[in-house]
Write a protein that binds this ligand. Structure first.
Ligand code: SF4
Length: 308
């Protein structure tokens, strides 16, 4: 089966958004006003936690620890609905998404049966040559989690940094890659060398994630946050930096689509099939047989829940 088209148009309060998932080109025609009735209803980007399972034990992990895994047929139905209603991209996560038994099939479905850009976030250690050959041409971007470098990485993640480096190189041979970097007291000092590593490995984007508060940990301390903000302010490197929506008001950021905000911009589905405003929320709206767009309307009418 030949892949679905690469280019897509989304209409919303920000204007007309042209997106090409193959090249990553985004063009926003923001001087054009469209009536509300013509706006696409789906969030621009959705993340889906395919499973809560993960074989690493990072102490700052905020992923839920209850056993949960999504049925792949339900995920495919949601992807089709989101695609039809104007979403531009889907990001598979977890837990560790490559531990989902149908992970490769889900990437293939999204690439060939929808016009969604496909990304996923992984610790990288299950990116075998066999899996990479199955997803080649079916994912548009791979995000690898690298909290600290060298011995810091090994202490925090309990895996060999040399093995991780091999996975970074192998992943970059099948799709553009980004690095996700949790910033806390353990990793802050590694930032400059992590950027050098990213530059040397051809990484396209470096995502800074401040450590979030969990039931067991208090999250990034005020002092470290201040140091990080200073580091960002003084950063002059060529590697593009990004922050999550949750951290956006802590840094100077540029978001041309900011009129397309909140649930118009982003939603998350957790591994028990609840639609949420973000992966940090404790609960959400259960997606029923009536479909994910019905759940979205229910969520839009509800108040934000407590976050972790
Ligand atoms: S690799 Fe990710 S999901 Fe797994 S324990 Fe670490 S932070 Fe959590």
């Amino acid at each position: 089966m030949s892949p679905a088209p690469s280019a897509k148009i989304r209409i919303g309060p920000a204007g007309l958004h042209y997106f090409n998932r193959s090249s990553g080109l985004n063009v926003l025609f923001d001087e054009v006003d469209f009536p509300k009735i013509s706006w696409h209803a789906a969030p621009r980007q959705i993340s889906i936690a395919l499973t809560n399972a993960c074989d690493l034990r990072c102490s700052y992990c905020y992923a839920p620890k209850n056993h949960a895994i999504l049925d792949s047929r339900r995920v495919c139905a949601w992807l089709s609905e989101f695609d039809e209603h104007g979403a531009l991209g889907i990001g598979f996560g977890g837990g560790e998404p490559t531990l989902h038994p149908r992970f490769a099939e889900l990437c293939e479905f999204a690439a060939q049966r929808t016009t969604l850009a496909v990304t996923f976030t992984t610790h990288g250690h299950h990116l075998s040559p066999k899996l990479l050959s199955r997803i080649e041409g079916r994912v548009n971007f791979i995000r690898l989690s690298m909290d600290g470098i060298g011995s810091t990485y090994e202490r925090l993640r309990g895996r060999s940094f040399r093995d991780f480096t091999t996975k970074v190189r192998e992943a970059s041979s099948v799709a553009p890659i980004g690095l996700n970097f949790v910033v806390n007291a353990d990793t802050l000092e590694d930032l400059d060398s992590a950027i050098d590593f990213a530059q040397a490995e051809g990484v396209r984007e470096f995502l800074l994630l401040t450590e979030q508060r969990t039931d067991r940990r208090s999250g990034i301390a005020a002092e470290e946050l201040q140091l990080l903000q200073n580091w960002v302010r003084n950063y002059r490197g060529k590697m593009p930096l990004a922050v999550s929506a949750r951290d956006a008001d802590r840094f100077v950021t540029c978001d041309p689509c900011n009129a397309d905000s909140e649930l118009r911009a982003y939603a998350h589905i957790n591994a028990v099939g609840q639609l949420q405003r973000s992966s940090f929320e404790k609960s959400g709206v259960q997606i029923l047989e009536s479909g994910v767009m019905v759940a979205l309307r229910t969520l839009q009418e509800s108040q934000p829940c407590n976050t972790i």
